[in-house]
Design a protein around this ligand. Sequence first.
Ligand SMILES: [Zn+2]
Ligand SMILES: [Zn+2]
Length: 787
Amino acid sequence: MSFKPKIEEKRWDKNLEPVIFRRWQKEKLYAFDKRSKKPLYSIDTPPPYVDAPVHIGQAYTYVWMDIMGRSRRMMGFHVLFPMGLDKNGLPIEVQTEKQFGIVMRETPRRKFIQKCKELLEMYGDASLDTFKELGLSCNSWKLEYKIGGRYETDDPEYRRLTQETFIDLWNKRLVYEDMKPTNYCPACGTALSDAEIEYVEEDVVLNYITFSVKETREKIVIATTRPELLCSCKAVLFNPDDERYTHLEGKHAIVPMFGQEVRIISHPYAKMEFGSGLVMICSFGDRDDVRLLRELKVEPTYAIDINGKMNENAGVYTGLTVSEARRKITEDLKDRGSVVKQEIIHQKKPVCWRSKDPIEFVPLKEFYLMQLDFKEEMLKMADEMEFFAPESKRILVDWINSLSADWVLSRRRYYGTEIPLWYCKKCGFTYVPEPGKYYQPWREAPPIKTCPKCGCKDFLGEERTFDTWFDSCSSEVYITGYLWDKIYFKKHFPCYVRPQGKEIVRNWLYFTMLKSHLLYERKPFKQVWINMHILDDEGRKMSKSLGNVIDPKDMVEKFGAEAFRIWSCLEGDIARKDIRCSFERIEGTSKFLTKLWNVSRFISAFPLCEKAGLTATDEWILGELSSLIEIVRKDYLEYRFNDAAVSVREFVWNLFAPHYVEMVKSRAYGRGFSESEQKAAWFTLHACLRVVLKLLAPITPFITDHLWLKIYCKTSIHKEPFPEARWETGITRLTGKLTEFNSVVWNRKKEKGISLRESIKIKIPEELIPFEKDMVAMHKIQNGTRF
Ligand SMILES: [Zn+2]
Ligand SMILES: [Zn+2]
């Protein structure tokens, strides 16, 4: 009998990947079926941004999401794995301005939106190509308004959903409009939520400025980094324990340059060790000022307008930008001899997360969603969801505890979901439309003809849009079919898992929870999976300026998707730590694919056969296989794909190939064994390979499917159920002894300087007698065994 491998090629060819991917698409292998009776496993994937190529961190985390989907599919779930594309908001507007050399505020709205669409048309969906190359098992790559379809966040349907949720919240009286100092980015021209603020550290000048006390005529010194706000100074504070100033309680300070008289008050907010111990409270330098003036019941005087310039309250500085005004007033104060000292201090400054411009506090009439009243509920909800890794829940809990303002929902931008409201021009009545349609109040008449209050026919459409997070935080509702099938939605909500990055816990995850609580009084997810980041080989963040960015496209071209996929699991667990990435690491780790290929090719030479009378050696490896299945199943369920991959590699590379395969080689070829013994080896080799391929199928879907089809079956491995642990594991207690003995023999031969094929005299330990025949054949042990 000749043994010719069914796998002819000597090695895995990465060029097969696109061919296999196309076959999957043709067979609709991962299509979504709403009528499926299986339990639903829904993944609320983060839609990548349309304008940027997929970066290595996304490539890594989407592969992990794919493994979530693939492993659950094998475990009997119907998997909802949609692909979205984020096309909303500021980044599109900014890019449009750059691309066409226009300015949003100087361009008619219709035209500007048209230009945004042109830009989006140019981008197309090319950024999804990398995801296809990586072999993601998304339900569909086509834009379709249905469950499982690909979606885009600027779809009229998606926007309709955002508006519906707003209308619900409005009707529940959870939205209010208020004029209050709001985080404002002058560069972006819009209000920002706390979640959109970042902090940067920088050196700033601390100016020691003299004020005079009205009642005593004495000079006092106040240290400030923001002298341009002197015109809005409303109070001077000193610490109650600061004996230098207790005599000033209730007296008044006269502000230099502007001459207003402000109260001097003792308050613990003033730190004795900072500056001179006296602090001026302006409207507004920061959030503390907002809080303190409210507490002191002092009416603010605003100094900065929404263009980031000083307003008429700033006297001669009116019209200057904040930084110009700071420079100018510092000079003027110096000229008057009012600056007694300057020092450089290190400070944390709030900036806009998009444009990195400094945040100002500007009074704006905006819509707010209540959130401060629901902190307890949010913390409780966090406890109701399972976190992977468990410690990442801390990021969320800390954020919830730190909240200090309601969520400002409205934005003064164009390319976003419109706030669906109209106002009666005569009596000011606010009209909220019925849900069920996408509304654009800035360009459409309201659905009613006359004002129900005064009968007036004239309405003014709301012009503002929503914070884009208000759209994003309904993704789990959108994908589970809320718009199209309320019964399905009710049955399948909450969504199963939300995978996402740690950096968007405070907005995407938190806002989704908030909205879910306010609208449905339910947690949005059963599970939350939080990923850390990808760093370069030296542990540095990847950035263009450092020149250490790895483009997933290059990586796939060089090594293939499969190499990247197996590396992404073997390298580490991104839910627990940052991952270091380099071409060398990927190349090195992917050698396992070659090992898998070689083992498969060897086994493919032997016929498939029904179970024959197994020997102890066969029972032993099948016992090990059973343990492996159980371990890997658990790893998959708990998203420990690193552990799963390492366990399978260990089994193949360090147990199955060197020990079992070597022990049964002679038997499989029929040299000196009975036909039944030979068949037992064939059976066991194939049983192990089948299981190994299935266990790896979620991680390396291309190579396993290829091998599967060549060796076993005409239908894809991705239709197979997860393997069952069917064999007794008792005999695996001998694994240590067995592998140790084999090593002893190999070493002995090495010491003697003889090849592994040569015979040797050695004693087989008593416990290993059941394996005697295979061991004798493997090591060519002479003269029988026991002596
Ligand atoms: Zn900005
Ligand atoms: Zn009216």
